[in-house]
Design a protein around this ligand. Structure first.
Ligand code: SF4
Length: 486
């Protein structure tokens, strides 16, 4: 419900005179606006934010009495489309159920799509639109993204979600989402969104202030959530916070990049009401180098010290199961986390989230597979050794399933569908574990996101050599391919 992309599309579509868009939020199967059952709509569009959404897609179709398989549907059934990061990266696992995938940022595709639908909804007619993948034709598809953030859709009349049920409260409820930037070219080798949505694009600062002020006038909301792949990388971040603060906004953000945090920006955020900061050191310094996140420990410790001084709650994210990670590295990681935990005056104010790395399509980790046994042992060790601290470890089985759904091919649909009626055992899941060699054809090769496969192969080799690839925003272009098609 808090997805900015979904909010943008809702407003964008409803601005058209010929189209009416309503929302259906799982686990409901009727629209919020008019209580219309899903099978009464002409088009149903799923926003796929996380791989685990796939199970809900099939559940929603089934509960709505819509034939699951696209080949079993007729022209009297709704057209089923899907977008979002998971659809963009690898549409194959859901390709038996979805008629059309939107590859990229919806606002540059959806108008062309709807114009064509209104003219003639025959499937083959959509093939000429950039950013469309149609499983029936298994066509080559090219990502479409907004090239200039001034042309992006900035919402000033957002959906405000209210619920009496706390379980259904949105993450950013009661706050204005301000889209400061999209994309990130830092190039952390595990991060899918940094490869899908290149290059980094910033919204003009005056446009942001104007959007915030207009949204407040329209909604009465006063809290701002800054949204971007790495908000602190925004080139005028201090000036933006200051200007918003001068207009009496309260500011928060879920994403800060450690390198670009300054004491000044933290202080400004604290003054404007932010209570918790979230940082992602990912691992110990040696392993950070492998994943192209070469932030020295000194910088990490100095940001944490500043945050402690300003009495922030701190949440830190770590990964386990990184390439070439040894048991010795995990021991060092435990010492590292212990050291950080002891830096805070109060232990309950510092939390750690430890997650198995899930290799994703279009990243240099796509050839890595997932070593369940190794990750299970490591997570057991960490649990035992960091008992005293506020540490949450993601289940290795859950991450395994995410990996299979993320990097699987069309065969995965069998197990997704089976999950509707049966509990799938670990053993069954393991039968679907993808393993790719560097020269293999990959299920998502048809999807051109700009970044070239050859470039990913170089980056994959650099996992071993620990060679860094610089940030192209401040150093010369290294021809990853993204800017050629966008
Ligand atoms: S093509 Fe060059 S400038 Fe564009 S994202 Fe890739 S490295 Fe950066």
């Amino acid at each position: 419900m808090s997805s900015l992309g979904y909010n943008i599309l809702y407003n964008f579509i409803n601005e058209r005179d010929d189209t009416w868009c309503e929302r259906v939020i799982y686990p409901d199967f009727h629209s919020i606006e008019s209580n219309t059952p899903l099978n009464n709509f002409d088009i149903i569009s799923f926003s796929l934010q996380f791989e685990e959404d796939y199970f809900n897609v099939v559940k929603i179709l089934k509960k709505s009495n819509i034939p699951l398989k696209r080949e079993d549907r007729t022209e009297n059934d709704p057209l089923i489309i899907a977008g979002g990061p998971c659809a963009t990266a690898n549409p194959m696992p859901l390709s038996d159920y979805i008629d059309i995938f939107i590859i990229g940022e919806g606002e540059v595709i959806i108008n062309k799509f709807l114009d064509q639908y209104n003219k003639n909804p025959k499937l083959s007619n959509f093939l000429d639109i950039d950013g469309i993948y149609i499983p029936k034709f298994d066509n080559d598809a090219k990502i479409a993204i907004v090239s200039n953030m001034d042309d992006a859709y900035h919402i000033t009349q957002p959906i405000i979600t209210k619920s009496d049920n706390d379980e259904y409260k949105t993450v950013f409820s009661d706050s204005i989402m301000l889209n400061v930037s999209r994309g990130c070219t830092r190039g952390c080798r595990f991060c899918m969104s940094s490869y899908l949505y290149r290059p980094m694009r910033e919204t003009n600062i005056e446009r942001l202030i104007d959007t915030a002020v207009k949204t407040r006038e329209n909604t009465g909301l006063n809290k701002i959530t800054l949204i971007g792949a790495a908000v602190s990388d925004y080139s005028q971040i201090e000036s933006l916070i200051r200007k918003l603060e001068e207009k009496d906004f309260q500011i928060s953000t879920p994403s800060l990049r450690i390198e670009s945090i300054t004491y000044e920006s933290l202080k400004l955020l604290k003054e404007s009401g932010l209570k918790t900061i979230t940082l992602a050191p990912e691992s110990i310094e040696e392993l950070r180098k492998r994943i192209n996140k070469d932030i020295p420990d000194e910088k990490i410790f100095s940001v944490i010290k500043d945050a402690v001084k300003l009495d922030f709650n701190i949440k830190l994210y770590f990964l386990i199961g990184l390439p070439y990670e040894t048991k010795e590295d995990i021991k060092c990681l435990c010492d590292y986390i212990e050291k950080i935990a002891n830096m805070h005056t109060s232990r309950h104010k510092i939390k750690f989230s430890i997650n198995p790395v899930v290799p994703k399509p279009h990243t240099p980790l796509q050839w890595m597979s997932y070593n369940f046994k190794d990750i299970k042992q490591k997570s057991k060790y960490i649990k035992k050794n960091l008992r005293k601290y506020n540490v949450k470890i993601e289940s290795p089985k859950k991450a395994l399933i995410q990996y299979i759904l993320s990097c699987g091919n069309r065969d995965i649909s069998t197990i997704i569908e089976k999950s509707l009626t049966k509990n799938i055992t670990l053993h069954e899941w393991m039968n679907y574990l993808p393993e790719y060699n560097i020269d293999d054809e990959l299920p998502w090769d048809k999807i051109d996101v700009g970044v070239k496969k050859e470039f990913l192969k170089i980056e994959h080799k650099r996992l071993e050599s620990k060679k860094q690839t610089p940030w192209c925003d401040v150093s010369p272009c290294y021809n990853c391919g993204a800017c050629e098609i966008k």
